[in-house]
Design a protein around this ligand. Sequence first.
Ligand code: HPA
Length: 274
Amino acid sequence: MKARRPGARKRRTDEIDAAAEALRSAGVGEPRIAVVLGSGLSTFADGVGDPLVVPYSEIPGMTDTGVSGHRGAVMVGDVGGKRAVVFSGRVHHYEGRPPPDVTFAVRLAALLGVRELVVTNASGGIDPGFDVGDLMLIRDQISLVSGPRRLPGGTVRMGAAYSDGLVGLAREKAAELRIPLREGVYLGQIGPTYETPAEIVLARSIGASAVGMSTVSEVQEAVRAGLEVLGVALITNVPLPGRFEVTTHKEVLEAGREGGTTLLSLVSGVAQAL
Ligand code: HPA
């Protein structure tokens, strides 16, 4: 293997320590869960109880996201009676960002002592039973994020990345709250292009139920860090052949506004049961 640039790894570790320290000084306390919000899901953040808001720009090493529909701040507060760190805005590979930036929030959450990570995203539903506005529990993932890259923590043995225990709790809470819940496999590609019809056929043929441009690298890092992961995708469009329309970012954001509120009820219910 090629030698690493001297000091590169050390600098990253220093950055993450400095970021954790900044949040501790701001009063983060001892959070139990972390939530990463996908595009347009910031209505979730509006419902966080009694929040402490720290803009990404005030956290050393944290990259702000240039994508609209992401707030670019950490909200720390109450979600279902548990102290939660909510990352309202994530960094994507399609912004030209390498894995250490894309996984920064997850590594920060782990360093703060978080035990459960909830990843959320906006995605295209490619299971014919899906409709716009559905929430899909992510049971497993396929990463098509390709190209030269190095995960900050090295090789990860993925195994069952998404927690069966948290899936069980989410199913129970959804039934209790009468939130219809789909389940399936999330395929993450690098973006920023939405799929062609042929790519959708390919994704479907390899077992995907929803496609998006995030989440998979974060979950790889979460598994490395030993976090329990719950994943929920909001279906913002259904780009199936026959139902195929060109997907726009605006459409994704519109579907996100309502979805964020339902998602908060579901995640609060799960947090309460922990
Ligand atoms: N494809 C990829 N990413 C997405 C989609 C999609 O159809 N919808 C929202 N994010």
